[in-house]
Design a protein. Structure first.
Length: 310
């Protein structure tokens, strides 16, 4: 079989993207997995030690060559990171790459020139006109989906609606069946409030929105249990019961899963017409250029993209 081609965007050139890409592709367990197309700065990648490999190609848009420094994010680095992403999107649409791994960019620096940017996930959703997407955080031990993504905490409760919760359950169920080959995925779901609302004593969203969504999902023969108190949902006993856990908001799901599996964790966007993953960390401007960046999460992202794209 012909190897798939995985695209990798470098992210913000002032961050650790180039370093972790080079470290990942230098690893003997990674490079044979696919052909690779890197969208990024050729000079910076080579400065980080990228060698000439027959299955690695660089696409360099040459946005503002030599106009940035490691650890010094700016409007120009934000423009460059978005430019790399746009070239990768064009490659997906032209079918010259089969899957996409995105190294970290900075929403703040992108927004200096493109003020409506919300993040990779939402930008890709718009580019491919995907009706519904989700952020599924993956390790071998458990998958975690967050229903609301990058929202201020004060706005979360208003977004927890029966329809939204139900659609997230269905999307997770379908994705686990299709891509992870689970015949009957077992899902757990958290409440929104402390103690899952304490039967209405600490908030009513569980009764009015979450439980009706669970009942609707069960009518569709989806195996789901909850809502559970979020503070005990990630204990070893609970993790062993489920293939995936669905939580209501960003820190509710990501704080425990990152505490448990930070270096192995992969962010998988579900609902797109192709496989897109990313490492679970940010740009790390504070250590850029110091050879301190750990490529493990990016390596896991590449492995997962290669596996699911095959």
């Amino acid at each position: 079989m012909t190897k798939k081609t995985i695209g990798i965007t470098m992210g913000d050139p002032a961050g650790i993207g180039a370093e972790i890409i080079v470290k990942a592709l230098t690893h003997r367990s990674i490079r044979p997995l696919a052909n690779f197309t890197i969208f990024g700065d050729t000079k910076l990648l080579k400065a980080q030690g990228l060698q000439s490999y027959r299955n690695v190609t660089i696409v360099d848009p040459i946005t503002h060559p030599n106009k940035w420094k490691l650890g010094k994010p700016s409007t120009l680095t934000g423009e460059a990171s978005l430019n790399y992403l746009n070239h990768a999107i064009a490659a997906i649409k032209n079918q010259t790459i089969d899957g996409l791994v995105t190294a970290p960019l900075s929403k703040k620096t992108v927004c200096l020139s493109y003020k409506h940017f919300q993040g990779h996930t939402e930008y890709l959703q718009e580019a491919f006109k995907s009706k519904q997407i989700g952020m599924l955080f993956c390790v071998k031990e458990i998958k975690t989906l967050i229903i609301t993504r990058h929202l201020p905490l004060k706005d979360v409760a208003a977004q927890i609606k029966r329809k939204k919760v139900f659609e997230a359950i269905v999307l997770t169920h379908q994705y686990l069946k299709k891509y992870f080959k689970l015949k009957n995925p077992k899902l757990g779901i958290s409440g929104l409030n402390p103690h899952a609302g304490e039967e209405g004593e600490i908030g009513g969203e569980e009764i009015t929105q979450i439980i009706p969504a669970i009942k609707e999902a069960k009518k569709k023969k989806i195996s789901i249990q909850g809502p559970f108190a979020a503070d005990t949902l990630f204990t070893p006993h609970q993790l062993n019961r489920f293939d995936a856990i669905i939580t209501m908001y960003h820190d509710q799901g990501l704080t425990p899963i990152k505490a448990l599996y930070f270096h192995k964790l992969v962010n998988l966007t579900i609902g797109l017409p192709f496989i897109r993953t990313s490492p679970s960390h940010g740009t790390a401007f504070d250590i850029a250029g110091q050879n301190k960046a750990d490529p493990t999460s990016l390596m896991e992202a590449i492995r997962l993209t290669a596996k699911l794209s095959s």
